[in-house]
Design a protein around this ligand. Structure first.
Ligand code: ADP
Ligand code: ADP
Ligand code: MG
Length: 464
């Protein structure tokens, strides 16, 4: 096992990884930008190294600075977390060349799966269902028109290098396509430095269902059930739950087997997520693989009782998985709410500021993953997510009631957050029935914001 690991990330995920390391008896090296000198991860790690100025490009994405810090502080491995360098194949290769273990799949595997259009082709070969769409990358808007004509509208234009919902456009007719192609491509160039585009049929009213997988170097691949991440705004997740109300045991088994096959066909190692859209008719289609730990991994940990970050570290050290498929039983129900420092009434504009006061909820079946503390000043340079509230309970309704209670106890003063909106969602009749798809927020936002403006506070005692 490793003696010392560098964590190439910040915020709650850096804290999450430090906690796993401490329990494993592994020393940690935090890296931080000048804007993060007072951050919690810096205080919790064994050692901390400043790697550059506030801008991520010069600090958390500065590969040379991070590798230097790892070597000079005597680390054996680097955990990249999510975002930043976590899906950067070149960085994974550089770690190996420097004699460091990258806690994740190899650069080759990231290249194969990280490019979304290449991953599609690989899945077709492996016999995993994918959404009908283009064969590989589109040369220009004319070619996009041809493919869209063939598969029929509506279609979804996507960036091959995309992530975080960027570089995507829905197109409902041929007239709209050229302008959508140009703007999606421009966004892809700006965000990912790569303008290659592909397209898929737009599945209407789908659910976003993803499967957690874990794989080791010894040929074992296990799936740990699904997460339903259909509560999304602009293709970004707000709330996740496991298990999904939309899956029968038979469908879970079929999709789980497809996820395992997807991981096997690319020689996967470590934690990964296979994302699918599930159509109302019960057909499911692969959309992408995330070759890293995911923001919403705690809901899987709650229902399976496994620690995915510890498992990532074990696997990276060459140990076999500590469980088999038969050991994985989904127990009860878990929900996660992402708390962002943003104002939903101002078009979700990020609102960083000083944390004047924060109080975290507690009690039975409650977990809080956050790097906040009273007095902490949120730097404006990074993601606006400041906390994840996670609950576990025997049934879905009990988990919903627990999460309402948790959101009522949670206090943060100094900036607005998405907590109140999440609380209202937990009273929406369609959410309660489990009858929602990825357009749930879009369709209900006006109503939810109206409730918010009226200062509607439901009471945990009353059923909606
Ligand atoms: P998840 O399913 O884990 O939520 P997301 O796609 O929402 O995955 O991304 C997780 C985090 O990584 C978010 O903070 C997001 O802003 C960031 N992220 C995702 N893709 C990229 C990318 N290509 N480049 C930089 N950051 C990214
Ligand atoms: P990203 O890399 O930005 O996470 P994804 O390909 O995972 O992009 O898509 C983001 C979201 O867009 C999905 O969670 C889903 O809600 C929606 N989506 C993706 N592909 C399709 C599709 N073919 N039809 C309908 N919705 C889709
Ligand atoms: Mg995705």
């Amino acid at each position: 096992m490793f003696k010392r690991i560098l964590i190439a990330n910040r915020g709650e995920i850096a804290v999450r990884i430090i906690r796993a390391c401490r329990e494993l008896g592994i020393e940690t090296v935090a890296v931080y930008s000048t804007a993060d000198a007072n951050a919690l991860h810096v205080q919790l790690a064994t050692l901390a190294v400043c790697i550059g100025p506030a801008k991520a490009a010069q600090s958390y994405l500065n590969q040379t600075a991070i590798l230097t810090a790892a070597i000079e502080s005597g680390c054996e491995a680097i955990h990249p977390g999510y975002g930043f360098l976590s899906e950067n194949d070149e960085f994974a290769d550089l770690c190996t060349q420097c004699g460091l273990t990258f806690i994740g799949p190899s650069g080759d595997v990231i290249r194969r799966m990280g490019n979304k259009s290449a991953a599609r082709s690989l899945m077709i070969e492996a016999g995993v269902p994918v959404v009908p769409g283009s064969d590989g990358v589109l040369q220009n808007a004319e070619q996009a028109l041809e493919v869209a004509q063939r598969i029929g509208y509506p279609v979804l234009l996507k960036a091959s290098a995309g992530g975080g919902g960027r570089g995507m456009r829905r197109v409902f007719s041929a007239e709209e396509l050229p302008a959508a192609f140009a703007s999606a491509q421009a966004e892809a160039v700006a965000c990912f430095g790569n303008g290659s585009m592909y397209l898929e049929k737009l599945v209407l009213s789908p659910r976003h269902i993803e499967f957690q997988i874990m794989a080791d170097r010894h040929g074992h691949v296990v799936h740990l059930g699904e997460r339903d991440c259909s509560v999304q705004r602009k293709n970004q997740k707000l709330m996740e739950e496991s298990p999904s109300r939309a899956l029968t045991p038979a469908l879970r088994q079929a999709m789980g087997e497809a996820a395992v096959k997807a991981a096997q066909c690319c020689g996967y190692e470590g934690a990964g997520t296979i994302e699918f859209v599930l159509a109302p008719d019960g057909n499911y289609y692969f959309i992408e693989m995330n070759t890293r730990i995911q923001v919403e991994h705690p809901v899987t940990e709650m229902v399976t009782g496994q620690d995915l970050v510890k498992e990532q570290i074990r696997v990276a050290a060459g140990l076999p998985l500590s469980f088999t498929q038969d050991d994985i039983k989904l127990n009860g129900h878990s929900i996660e709410v992402r708390i962002n420092a943003e104002d939903p009434t101002k078009n979700f504009a990020p609102m960083p500021g000083k944390t004047e006061f924060v109080h975290f909820p507690g009690g039975c079946g409650v977990r809080v993953d956050s790097a906040l503390y009273t007095g902490y000043e949120l730097p404006p340079f990074y993601d606006s997510m400041v906390a994840k509230l996670i609950v576990h309970a025997p049934t879905r309704l009990a988990a919903i009631r627990r999460m309402r209670r948790v959101l009522e106890e949670f206090i943060v003063e100094g900036y607005p957050t998405s907590a109140e909106l999440a609380h209202l969602i937990l009273y929406h009749p369609d959410f309660l029935k489990g009858d929602y798809c990825t357009s749930f927020i879009e369709e209900n936002l006006e109503q939810l914001l109206e409730w918010m403006e009226k200062g509607c506070r439901f009471d945990t005692q009353e059923e909606a």
